[in-house]
Every structure is written in C-alpha cells, then in structure tokens.
Design a protein. Structure first.
Length: 134
C-alpha cells in the first residue's frame, strides 16, 4: 500500500514538473513576441542668421549614419522646426535655403539618447555663388 502511494506521489510530481516546464516554455515564447516599442526622441529647434534673425522656409534634413534621409521639414514663420520622432541614435542635421546670390547652410550632429525632446539651434552661414559680390 505504501509502495502504491509512493508511486502515485512520484507520478503526480512528474506531471506537475512537466506542466511547469510547459508553462515556462510558453511564457518564454510570449516574452520573445512582446518586444518593447523603440524609444523615440523628438528633435526641434530654430535656425538663425546674422543678428539672430529667425528664417522661414529653411529645409531641415535629418540623415542617419548611412547617409539616408530619415526626416525633413521646412522651418515655420519664426524659424522653428520639429522633426518626426527619431529612434535612439546619432544623426546629421542639415539646414539649407537658396538665395538669389548663393545660399544659407548649417549642419550639426545630434545625439538622440532617450525619449525626450532634443533642442538644437542652427546658426546659418551664408555661401556666395561664384562671381557674385557681397
């Protein structure tokens, strides 16, 4: 009788162990399916020229480490810009505006380290076309 009871207890323990292994395996598979959403940071700022006057209509372009453009936007009336949320990483930020006798430009490296707003101001530099004065 005790031998029969021992056998039953061992059998129950084995079944419980198998069920626990199956539960843990299923949980592990579910955790692999549920990946956290990528953390995104917002890059925004202003472009200025000369005496800090704000410039409208400047093309702001953000490129990733491969040089591919990941976002672009034109500055608003007060020279402000805000790019779409970016994944964490290092980006190159370019600003460009054509003028009749040349163009304005700026560039900066931006580190998106966390899901927060990164503010950067871009002071524009004037580049003259060849053969123009001023």
């Amino acid at each position: 009788m005790i031998e029969d009871l021992t056998f039953v207890l061992i059998a129950i323990n084995i079944v419980v162990l198998i069920v626990l292994i199956m539960i843990l395996s299923t949980l592990r598979q579910l955790l692999e399916l549920v990946k956290p959403a990528p953390q995104l940071g917002v890059v925004k700022g202003n472009v200025t020229y000369g005496d800090a006057s704000l410039i409208e209509g400047v093309l702001i372009t953000m490129s990733d480490k491969t040089g591919a453009t990941v976002a672009s936007v034109l500055t608003g009336p007060a020279g402000e810009f805000e790019l779409d949320p970016m994944a964490i990483g290092t980006y190159e930020l370019y600003a460009h505006k054509d003028l009749p006798d040349g163009w304005l430009e700026a560039e900066a490296t931006v580190e998106v380290n966390s899901p927060e707003v990164i503010v950067t101001d871009l002071p524009l530099v004037r580049v003259m076309k060849c053969g123009t004065n001023n």
